[in-house]
Design a protein around this ligand. Sequence first.
Ligand SMILES: Cc1cc2nc3c(=O)[nH]c(=O)nc-3n(C[C@H](O)[C@H](O)[C@H](O)COP(=O)(O)O)c2cc1C
Length: 339
Amino acid sequence: MSTKLFTPITFKEVTLKNRIVMSPMCMYSCEPEDGTVQPFHIAHYESRAAGQAGLVMVEATAVQQAGRISAKDLGIWEDGHIEGLKKISDRVHAHGGKSSIQLAHAGRKAEDEEKSYSASALAFNESYQTPVEMSMQDIADTVEAFKQGASRAKQAGFDIIELHAAHGYLINQFLSPLTNNRNDQYGGNSENRYRILEEIIEAVKTVWDGPIFVRISANEYAEGGNSMEDFVYFAEQMKKQGIDLIDCSSGGVVPAKITAYPGYQIPGADTIKHQADIPTGAVGLITTGIQAEEILQNDRADLIFLARALLRNPYWPKAAADELGYTIEAPIQYQRGWR
Ligand SMILES: Cc1cc2nc3c(=O)[nH]c(=O)nc-3n(C[C@H](O)[C@H](O)[C@H](O)COP(=O)(O)O)c2cc1C
């Protein structure tokens, strides 16, 4: 049977051998608390590449130290981080996979820092500190930090960059009217709320000519938050700026109850794909090959991002291929166990 899940796809010069993406997942495993890659990270990412994920995306990696979610996050805020990240990228390439890294800044959700920063001085909830409202200089420094992060990602050999603009982290804090009450050019209407992301994309493009994905939260589950019209507007702007794919997640902007069920975030990927005419990634409780194939064949998204299913089983691509009656190549070392 021919499958779409195992059909290659190309973004700029980068061809993924299939549509399976290891979704970014913080491992909180940088024990020295200095942002550097540890042996665990290499084994963790290499094993998913050996399992034949087409794209392996490294977890949210902080572009500034103050932008870490936790002290054990990976970092890309200084050149000393490049060597370890390059080891991950090289080991992913050794298995025919493509490598990606999610560049991130936690903003007001930085948990272990003395001070946190955001669009406005609004805390996420009582257990978080109230962030400092970012000055023009803070914004310029952060845009520069994303650019420097992209330059280091290039030196580390990554094929694709993803900008983390979802889950209520810094960029999302600017995008959402729930977390941004600024009255300068970075707040107010959707054009202004988009401005920091626009500047980050332009800055990244000065040092990076490969594909760029952006992860957004395409549902804020709260009244007064961004509407689908706003998300389509943001997606249209991203398309104009040359973004290659929008990875459609949801939530995390404000405390809200989310009812999660298989495929619960796919409507966001589907609507944005068709209304803004840009490739999208689907993520969220996708667990079987048949489910993934349905999403792709019905043209609801272009890539399938898997998080927890790949934590349970690094060989999920093999299981999905078996389910779909398709044969995928084994890593050379494992051929005798592949039938
Ligand atoms: C342990 C863990 C860590 C995560 N860390 C990140 C992250 O670094 N960046 C991100 O965008 N999403 C993160 N997520 C969200 C996942 O990428 C994914 O969107 C979510 O788990 C839903 O997909 P799933 O149902 O396949 O797990 C994380 C999820 C898990 C389970």
